[in-house]
Design a protein around this ligand. Structure first.
Ligand SMILES: [Zn+2]
Length: 573
């Protein structure tokens, strides 16, 4: 087949609108999961006696554990791709698993086309240029068709992401394999990172099949003790010893991982945090931070400090269990300290026990208050009246608000709203995203919780696990008003979105009737209704203001067309 025979339009689905959710990008595809499982089998078959010995010596994993957990090894050759090809999987399917990569997909979806070294035929180049220019939504690229063409034209060079690493698969709560992490071995020379997580955020990866569960979540059981470990290998060692354990694979637990931990910690029995014990106190600091986050959300965790042997200056749970046993861990866990009573809590986290108590109480109060609110208004955000004037709210600006938006604070209280004022569900909520149903339902994929910041302040957070996005009050309102899709809630509001958010907040009674329309809202109305020359409409506050006539017309429009008080005085011409 000659490349001239295929017009570039064949690779673009121009009739399709940008999808509403990640889920719509690709239908759940069993073929992708089969391919992923075939890859895991291949990694298992790559295990050599050397790698098995390494797992035994380094972390104490016995042969049974390695087998049961599906641990494997990725070689420094391209046997993964060759093997999957032999089994009949197409390049598109392999790429959908996120385990392999290729220059064509990178160029189509990611390259700055003027500044990369790829040299592809016009069919590919045209699509990449449109995507790079922003005139083509990546979701409109006909992935299977482009890949089939590229394969026939011999443009592909598929290869696996890693070399000479141990592959540790993750299962979801139902026990289905979903994800992998690659652990450096002595032979790895691909990159420096000790661990590399599988990619699943690329637009071509089938993210309904491949996603990152909390490691070990399939071992969690209601009302049974649960151990939160620092590393993946610590959790594996715990599992080998019959201990239920999860690992966020980091000491710095933040928003997304925290909401996942909460999901399991709230249903488990006693919760223990067993990080590394080391001279630097990093492990203890991380444990106390996570413990503080759990505490304000109603979970009492115990901090376990593993005793360091005399001849060493640090120890992690895997090492501890290699040398000792389950009973020794049980003893260390039993003598653990509740987070709230820990003598070094304030020193290492900057938060006092009193502040934690207070946040926890207000979480409980929010839950009660929201429960009462929801009886009168079961739909949409809770209509919480905002009291107080616009002048004395300095300092209450949410941290997520960008500088540009601060300038725009002509006084509109939309910038003062906090998530608790708008989201209509209480901390501790888990379930569907209340804004709208997003894709095929996984239960418990949306959660609202509190997080303790590094300065000791607590902030309400909302996280959607389906789309992997967090919300603040403004991005929540942008989605709730329909101005933004729930699969892309983040980022600063543009003029149109600012207008939609303000209008929505005003209509819902989230801001006072006299709340002033933000300048960006006025810019949007001027553009939308052609109230002045487009060149006179600012795109930032540095560009000055719209002409007075247009300004006044916009104010009239707000009152007349939308029945809202613009909250600003007209200018004299
Ligand atoms: Zn390129």
């Amino acid at each position: 087949m000659s490349s001239q025979q295929i017009p570039p339009e064949s690779f673009i689905d121009s009739t399709a609108d940008a999808p509403d959710s990640v889920e719509d990008r690709h239908a759940t595809d069993d073929e992708v999961h089969d391919c992923f499982i075939a890859a895991l089998e291949h990694f298992k078959s790559n295990l050599t006696s050397t790698t098995k010995a390494l797992a035994q010596q380094r972390w104490g994993f016995d042969a049974e554990t390695v087998e049961t957990l599906g641990i494997g090894f990725v070689r420094d050759d391209n046997s993964l791709v060759e093997n999957l090809r032999d089994e009949g999987y197409s390049p598109a399917t392999m790429l959908r698993t996120g385990l392999v990569t290729d220059g064509v997909v990178k160029h189509l979806y990611e390259c700055d086309v003027d500044d990369c070294r790829h040299d592809f035929p016009a069919e590919i180049e045209t699509v990449a240029q449109q995507r790079d220019a922003g005139s083509l939504d990546p979701a409109q690229i006909r992935f299977e068709d482009v890949l089939e063409y590229a394969d026939e034209e011999d443009l592909l060079w598929l290869r696996n992401w890693w070399e000479s690493r141990l592959i540790i698969p993750y299962r979801d709560a139902e026990g289905t394999y979903r994800y992998t992490i690659a652990r450096k071995t002595g032979q790895s020379d691909d990159t420096d990172g000790k661990y590399i997580k599988q990619t699943f955020r690329k637009p071509w990866v089938d993210s309904s099949t491949i996603f990152e569960p909390l490691y070990g979540c399939h071992t969690v059981a209601a009302d049974e003790p649960l151990v939160i470990t620092e590393g993946i290998t610590d959790a594996i060692a715990a599992h080998q010893h019959g201990i239920r354990a999860v690992s966020p694979a980091t000491t710095q637990v933040k928003e997304e991982q925290l909401s996942k931990i909460l999901q399991y910690a709230t249903t488990a029995g006693d919760v223990f945090i067993a990080n590394d014990t080391e001279v630097s106190d990093e492990g203890l600091k991380g444990a106390l931070r996570t413990g503080a986050d759990l505490y304000v959300n109603g979970v009492d965790a115990h901090i376990v400090e593993l005793p360091v042997p005399d001849d060493r200056d640090e120890i992690d749970l895997a090492e501890f269990l290699k040398e000792r046993d389950r009973d020794a861990f049980a003893e260390a866990a039993t003598s653990g300290t509740p987070v709230i009573d820990h003598p070094r809590l304030e020193e290492l986290t900057d938060v006092t026990p009193e502040a934690l108590e207070e946040s926890r109480e207000s979480t409980a109060e929010d839950s009660l208050a929201t429960a009462e609110d929801s009886e009168s208004s079961s739909e949409g955000p809770a209509a919480v009246a905002v009291t107080g004037g616009g002048d004395d709210c300095e300092g209450a600006v949410p941290t997520a608000v960008q500088d540009e938006e601060k300038v725009d604070r002509y006084g509109s209280l939309i910038y003062e709203l906090e998530l608790a004022d708008v989201c209509g569900v209480e901390p501790g909520y888990r379930g569907d995203n209340p804004i709208e149903h997003v894709g095929e339902s996984h239960s418990n994929y949306f959660s609202v919780f509190r997080e303790v910041d590094s300065d000791g302040e607590t902030t309400l957070r909302a996280f959607d696990h389906k789309t992997r996005h967090g919300y603040n009050a403004l991005t929540w309102l942008a989605c709730a008003s329909g101005a933004r899709p729930t699969d892309k809630p983040g980022g600063q509001l543009n003029a149109r979105e600012t207008w939609e958010v303000w209008k929505f907040a005003k209509q819902e009674g989230l801001v006072p009737e006299s709340d002033p329309v933000p300048a960006r809202g006025i810019w949007h109305l001027c553009a939308e209704n052609e109230l002045c020359e487009p060149s006179r409409i600012p795109s930032s506050h540095d560009d000055g203001k719209v002409p007075p006539g247009a300004y006044n017309e916009a104010l009239s429009l707000i009152a007349r067309t939308y029945g809202l008080d613009p909250g600003r005085d007209r200018l004299s011409n």
